[in-house]
Design a protein around this ligand. Structure first.
Ligand SMILES: Cc1ncc(COP(=O)(O)O)c(C=O)c1O
Length: 364
């Protein structure tokens, strides 16, 4: 069996042919019709009124925060368990990331802990739908933020294809953000997107991502803005990847169910419960004993895996070592992502799960 990477992107002749056609058509590469068409596809899929594609899912979050008026000295509440881009996107614009612990069942921010983190400087909450899951008290978080005048930005970087009761994630806050980096369900190499239903916010995002101007080519700057734009080369790929999204969402759910079935009742392995009605899992995650040994054993069997993100507050980048977030601290050191590429076969998944079982038989 060849080495199975924890995650690989997937392209085929559709991307190759579309890119070739674009190059023969004399496009300039800079964002134009292909990027606008990609945005239209995201709008249609998510049901959002407005969409702006950005250079990546980090600057998209910074742009979203700027659009709602977050700036220097403001506090932004982020879950302690997330990809580091979530808090960093706040710090990039001079705001302070304030961490809150997560709930064990969904690995998303805990509403009670979020409330405890609120101060008079709190200007926004970054709600991360980690791995396509949403918090148990999602509705209450949305209502609380509205009531308190705290801006709610959804970091849905991992959640394209995931819904909550029929509504796409990223549509519950004022702005939702996605990422199209290589490990995502669809990828353009790098890339991000912001969605919103608010015309005014959409207009601000449009300017923030394009030097503060109203249209390309103009040298009239209506506000301070940057260059967070995309390229039409990537737009061409994005369009082809979007065509594959519905089938990928279905396949991810099937794969998740198979993993769940095969990993059930292995002493040493705990599954994170997934509601497949709503969630299209990004990575297949387990909580396990002897994680490092399991990872090494899987590697010997040609199986790649990846440990969960660490508790961000204690990373040298933040250095809040006197703070404690017990749930994040527990799961961060137990969590392992198993192979999650979209093209994995059932046979490969059976092989992977067989090896996990074998490890605990030998070392349980
Ligand atoms: C939750 C989360 N937020 C933000 C990002 C950043 O996205 P990008 O890598 O496109 O900058 C990622 C990327 O994996 C992510 O998982």
């Amino acid at each position: 069996m060849d080495f199975i990477n924890q995650m690989e992107p997937s392209f085929d002749q559709h991307e190759r042919e579309a890119l070739n056609e674009y190059m023969l058509g004399g496009g300039w590469g800079t964002e134009f019709k292909k990027t606008r068409a990609f945005e239209d596809m995201i709008k249609e899929y998510t049901g959002a009124k407005y969409c702006w594609i950005t250079a990546n899912g980090t600057v998209s979050l910074s742009a979203a925060l700027m659009a709602v008026g977050v700036g220097i000295g403001d506090e932004v509440i982020c879950p302690d368990y997330t990809m580091v881009a979530t808090p960093n996107s706040a710090e990039l614009i001079g705001a302070k990331a304030v961490f809150a612990d997560i709930e064990r069942e969904t690995l998303c921010m805990d509403f009670e802990k979020m409330k405890e983190a609120v101060t008079e400087k709190t200007k926004a909450v970054m709600l991360v739908s980690i791995n396509g899951r949403y918090p148990k008290r999602f509705r209450e978080i949305v209502d609380f933020c509205k009531e308190k005048g705290i801006h709610l930005i959804e970091d849905a970087a991992q959640s394209l294809g995931s819904f909550c009761k029929g509504k796409h994630l990223g549509r519950f806050g004022e702005i939702g953000s996605f990422s199209f980096s290589a490990p995502k369900i669809i990828t353009t190499g790098q890339g991000g997107a912001l969605i919103t239903d608010d015309a005014e916010l959409s207009d601000r995002i449009k300017k923030i991502r394009d030097f503060g101007r109203d249209m390309g080519g103009s040298d009239h700057y209506l506000t301070k803005g940057w260059n967070f734009k995309f390229s039409d080369f990537q737009g061409v790929i994005g369009i082809e990847q979007m065509k594959k999204l519905p089938a990928r969402v279905e396949r991810k759910k099937e794969m998740g169910k198979l993993y769940d079935e095969l990993l059930q009742e292995i002493p040493g392995v705990e599954l994170v419960k997934t509601n497949y009605e709503d969630t299209s899992p990004w990575f297949f995650d387990i909580l396990c004993e002897k994680r490092e040994e399991l990872q090494a054993y899987l590697k010997e069997c040609n199986i790649g895996s990846r440990p969960f993100y660490p508790p961000l507050h204690a990373e040298p980048a933040y250095g809040y070592t006197d703070l404690h977030f017990p749930v994040t601290e527990e799961i961060a050191y137990k969590g392992l992502w198993l192979p999650s590429s979209i093209f994995l076969t059932d046979e490969q998944i059976r092989y992977i799960c067989g090896k996990v079982k074998e490890f605990y038989k030998l070392h349980g």
